[in-house]
Design a protein around this ligand. Structure first.
Ligand SMILES: [Zn+2]
Length: 58
């Protein structure tokens, strides 16, 4: 069982799918992806909540 986050559900048009073993791992990779690809240095609480709500089991 892995967790999956489709970045495109948050950042329109982004094809990246982030996967991890745990929610924490997905969040960590997601933050890294946001920094490297979208130029977002830090995620605020609202964004983190939004991201968490989009993480699914796959
Ligand atoms: Zn993205």
């Amino acid at each position: 069982m892995t967790k999956e986050l489709r970045c495109g559900e948050i950042m329109e048009g982004c094809p990246t799918v982030i996967r991890g073993e745990t929610e924490e791992e997905v969040l960590k990779k997601g933050a890294q992806h946001a920094r490297e690809t979208h130029g977002i240095d830090s995620l605020d609480d609202d964004t983190i909540r939004k991201v968490k709500s989009k993480i699914r089991e796959s």
